[in-house]
Every structure is written in structure tokens, then in C-alpha cells.
Design a protein around this ligand. Structure first.
Ligand SMILES: NC(=O)c1ccc[n+]([C@@H]2O[C@H](COP(=O)([O-])OP(=O)(O)OC[C@H]3O[C@@H](n4cnc5c(N)ncnc54)[C@H](OP(=O)(O)O)[C@@H]3O)[C@@H](O)[C@H]2O)c1
Length: 212
């Protein structure tokens, strides 16, 4: 599949690297051509670089790997009809963690680019996790919740998730993406505070007293 990546930072490198290794064609687009070229070289496996417009034109699927504050600059009509993967987080520091500086970002992307199929994904873990080889922790596979309204786009991003050896979990429509955004702000705040956020929850089998 042809995947355009808008942005040339940590997430572009981590996700693009995995997809290129899985055989997908990658074009990294950034405002700084040297940074785009450097990231494409780091991704390897034939990844190319270009402008933001070039990445938008190239990708049947386009990863938005920029700060939320940059979305207004990169969302153009060229993206109409594309599957857009939104991995963004809009964090602002708050006492004891983070709050969202903007919410419902994925829904806003969908409202801005009419005809695009937005899927929120990959915003919960750090780029180092996506880039790493570990796909199971304490005997449990790492799950990637996906929120989006278009079944074909969800199926497509599920496949791209499996290509990274991760387990996709369709988690409802795009209106639920705002919960992924809030979850990320809350959990990352705990991690930054040195807390093991994973330990907040029991395993599934111990979640309820009685099985329904
Ligand atoms: N890093 C993580 O662990 C992580 C995890 C989950 C989600 N996220 C989210 O993923 C997104 C990307 O994060 P990242 O860590 O990859 O960021 P990053 O390493 O800082 O890279 C950001 C990229 O966005 C570009 N950019 C910034 N402002 C721009 C603008 N106004 N117009 C066009 N391009 C602009 C930068 O351009 P230059 O090439 O010119 O520098 C750079 O290529 C963010 O929304 C972040 O919250 C990150």
C-alpha cells in the first residue's frame, strides 16, 4: 500500500519504519526537506521524501504525524477520500499531569477534510513502543484501539496494525476518539509522574465479580 506520512519526527519514523519493513511504500512529507529526507533514510526499505503536498497526493492512506497545532497548516483538500490515521495528542501541562489543550481533534479533522475517513489510532503509547520489538507484556499482547466511522478504513488500519505485529481493537465510531485523546492525557500524566498506569486495572478475568 502507498502510505504518505505528514511530519518527519518520532512517530513518522516509528510507524513508517514498521510499515516499510512490512513491504509498504512510504513517502515522508515535511516542511523541512532535509528533515524529511533524513527520516526517509532512517525508515529505509525504499522510503522516499518530499513535500507535505507530495505525501498527501501519494498516500492512499496518510498518517498525520504532526503537533495538533500544525493541523490547520497541513489539512488540505488533497486529503479528500484518503484514510487518515490520526495519532495526535494535544497535551498541556497541568498540576500532577496533563490536560487536553484541545479536545475532539479527530472529529475536527474529519469535519475539516470532507470525504476523508479518519481513524484515531496509535496515540496511547510512545513512539519508542511502536518502534520497539516487544509486542507482548506480562504475557498479554499490546492492544491498539481504533476509532473511526468507516468500516473499510477501520479494516485497513487494522491490517496496518497487524503489520506492526500489534493487535487492533475496533473501539467504536469517531465520536469515541475523544475518549482515546483523554485517556492518553490522563495516563501519560501518570507515567510522567512515575506511576505504573498499567496497574490501575485488573486483568479482564478479574474485572467483574460475576461474568455476564
Ligand atoms: N512521540 C511520541 O511518543 C508520540 C506518541 C503518541 C502520539 N504522538 C503525537 O504524534 C504527533 C507527532 O509527534 P512526534 O513525536 O512525531 O513529533 P515530532 O518528533 O516533534 O515531529 C513533528 C513533525 O511535525 C512537523 N511540524 C511541526 N509543526 C508544523 C507545522 N506548523 N507545519 C508542518 N509541519 C509541522 C515537524 O516539522 P519539522 O520537520 O520542520 O521539524 C516534524 O516533522 C503529535 O501530535 C504527538 O502528540 C507522539
Amino acid at each position: 500500500m502507498r502510505i504518505g506520512i505528514i511530519g518527519a519526527g518520532s512517530m513518522a519514523r516509528a510507524l513508517g519504519g514498521g510499515w516499510a519493513a512490512a513491504g509498504h511504500e512510504i513517502l515522508v512529507g515535511a516542511r523541512d526537506s532535509a528533515h524529511a529526507a533524513e527520516t526517509a533514510a532512517a525508515i529505509g526499505n525504499g522510503a522516499r521524501s518530499g513535500t507535505i503536498t507530495a505525501a498527501a497526493e501519494f498516500g492512499e492512506t496518510v498518517l498525520l504525524a504532526v503537533p495538533v497545532s500544525a493541523l490547520a497548516d497541513v489539512l488540505t483538500e488533497t486529503l479528500t477520500g484518503r484514510t487518515l490515521i490520526d495519532c495526535t495528542n494535544a497535551f498541556a501541562p497541568d498540576s500532577g499531569g496533563f490536560i487536553l489543550s484541545e479536545d475532539a481533534v479527530a472529529e475536527r479533522i474529519a469535519a475539516t477534510v470532507s470525504g476523508a475517513h479518519v481513524v484515531k489510532a496509535f496515540n496511547l503509547c510512545a513512539a519508542e513502543v511502536w518502534e520497539g520489538a516487544v509486542r507482548e507484556f506480562e504475557g498479554r499482547p499490546l492492544l491498539v484501539p481504533l476509532c473511526g466511522d468507516d468500516p473499510d478504513a477501520i479494516a485497513l488500519v487494522s491490517g496496518l496494525t497487524e503489520d506492526l505485529k500489534l493487535r487492533p481493537v475496533p473501539a467504536g465510531g469517531l465520536r469515541r476518539a475523544r475518549y482515546l485523546e483523554a485517556t492518553s492525557a490522563f495516563v501519560v500524566g501518570l507515567w510522567f509522574g512515575g506511576q505504573d498506569a498499567r496497574a490501575m486495572f485488573p486483568p479482564l478475568e478479574a474485572t467483574f465479580a460475576d461474568a455476564d
